[in-house]
Ligand binder design. Structure first.
Ligand SMILES: Cc1cc2nc3c(=O)[nH]c(=O)nc-3n(C[C@H](O)[C@H](O)[C@H](O)COP(=O)(O)OP(=O)(O)OC[C@H]3O[C@@H](n4cnc5c(N)ncnc54)[C@H](O)[C@@H]3O)c2cc1C
Length: 407
């Protein structure tokens, strides 16, 4: 049996462990946090399994609004150019992907990957509980112009199986009656009947149990990876604060943490952290059943059991910790938009996390130039959605790789 060490126990690491264990690999998972999904973006994300709304982050509208973002005049999206030279290089590559042609190509590539995940989630939901529901999703558009462009893109996406439909405001309210209580008018909506929701933290925790019991996967938590060791161009060991782990196959699934660790063996990953926030409050009288994305205000509302998850904000360029003012700004936007969707007086469970974003929004999956070092990282704002398909692609790469040492 071939050994593999998966670094990272977020959704990407956990689904990688699952796909590899099913391929017959002997899997060990290492993470600095004290529990699965405990240390990264998989803890408190927007919870949307957004198969159809797979839009790449670098878009023509981003390019058009750049001055506003740079001047901090958009409540939800900010770019701070005072960051390092490395950020400027990444930023130039990111902006180069904001042309209409590249945006559409990147979006379709993400859509294909997302659609591959859908079946996997339905299958896994029979073995793992994670507040999984299939309520569809509504994307709200504030202006007719934005709706028209979304409609055009929807035509393209539907050719690849997205099944999105454009609705007027009245039709959107018929589809989701809670929208009658929405605080802002909107020009229309895109209805994505295939889109789903689920709690990625719960998913990781319960998947861990399945992996331990049914597949013998070993977990080492509270173990910080310090660096990788290579010998003659191939991976040799993982160095942690709890000692070295020798291994010929290592999967880097550390989210934004992958960059520093890859650099220890001379690999430079084009991933930048994009900070966001969320709150999880009791669902209110008018909590929507469908998941909702307000595209103008860049905020999502997603019901998870008897709770409402609200997520938003994209701050690019600085890597600060939790900023109260940014969280409050998101909360204010949410209260104004959907005042009776949740109990805003309750405990807010404020959270911040970082999306691991690549310039073209495509995740990095496969063997790196260093033999035995496999990447599964850089899933950006769609990592929860893409995780299962990405893990299957990764497992395919390892399956097809001949063992380097005689068995
Ligand atoms: C506000 C917000 C909302 C989002 N909403 C959605 C959504 O609705 N739908 C969607 O599909 N995606 C969403 N995303 C994106 C998604 O959450 C991420 O893409 C995904 O969680 C990335 O998973 P990951 O496993 O790669 O990384 P992470 O979840 O960040 O996991 C990385 C793991 O690596 C560990 N680690 C890092 N460095 C080290 C080290 N040196 N040693 C040991 N361990 C280490 C961490 O402890 C962590 O557990 C959102 C993200 C944010 C921030």
């Amino acid at each position: 049996m071939r050994d593999v060490i998966v670094l990272g126990a977020g959704v990407v690491g956990m689904t990688s462990a699952y796909a590899l264990a099913r391929e017959g690999f002997n899997v060990q998972v290492i993470d600095a946090a004290n529990a699965a999904a405990g240390g990264g973006a998989s803890f408190g994300n927007g919870a949307q399994l957004s198969y159809s709304y797979s839009d790449a982050m670098a878009s023509p509208s981003l390019a058009a609004n750049l001055p506003k973002y740079l001047l901090g005049r958009d409540p939800a999206f900010r770019i701070d150019l005072s960051a390092s030279p490395a950020f400027l290089i990444w930023g130039m590559r990111f902006l180069a992907n904001a042309t209409r042609g590249r945006f559409e190509r990147n979006t379709i590539d993400l859509l294909k990957l997302a659609m591959e995940s859908r079946e996997g989630f339905a299958e896994l939901s029979k073995k793992v509980t994670f507040d999984y529901r299939q309520p569809g999703k509504l994307n709200l558009y504030a202006t007719t112009e934005a709706l028209r462009y979304a409609e055009k893109l929807c035509g393209l996406k539907n050719r690849y199986g997205a099944q999105q439909v454009v609705l007027g405001p009245r039709e959107a309210i018929e589809r989701e009656p809670a929208l009658a209580h929405y605080g802002h008018s909107f020009a229309g909506a895109l209805w994505a009947p295939l889109d789903e929701v689920g709690n990625s933290r719960l998913f990781c925790e319960n998947l861990q149990r399945l992996l331990e019991v049914e597949h013998g996967v070993k977990f080492r938590f509270e173990t910080k990876v310090e660096r990788l060791k290579k010998r003659r161009g191939r991976i040799d060991a993982v160095v942690t604060d709890a000692g070295d782990f020798a291994c010929e196959n290592v999967v880097l699934a550390l989210g934004t943490g992958a960059v520093d660790i890859a650099r220890t063996v001379g690999a430079h990953l084009p991933i930048w952290p994009v900070q966001g926030y969320s709150t999880t409050i009791p669902a209110g009288l008018n909590a929507p059943t469908a998941s909702i994305t307000d595209t103008a205000r860049k905020i999502v509302f997603c019901r998870l059991g008897d709770k409402l998850r609200i997520a938003g904000i994209a701050d690019i360029g600085n890597n600060s910790e939790f900023r109260e003012a940014r969280f409050q700004s998101m909360l204010q936007t949410a209260k104004e938009a959907f005042p009776s969707a949740g109990d805003f007086q309750a405990e807010l469970n404020a959270w911040t996390g970082w999306r691991p974003v690549t310039p073209n929004s495509q995740p990095l999956i496969g063997e790196s130039r260093i033999k035995g070092l496999f990447l599964n990282c850089g899933h950006g704002s769609l990592g929860w959605t893409l995780s299962i398909a990405a893990a299957n692609r990764l497992a395919e790469c390892l399956r097809n790789k001949p063992p380097s040492l005689p068995a």
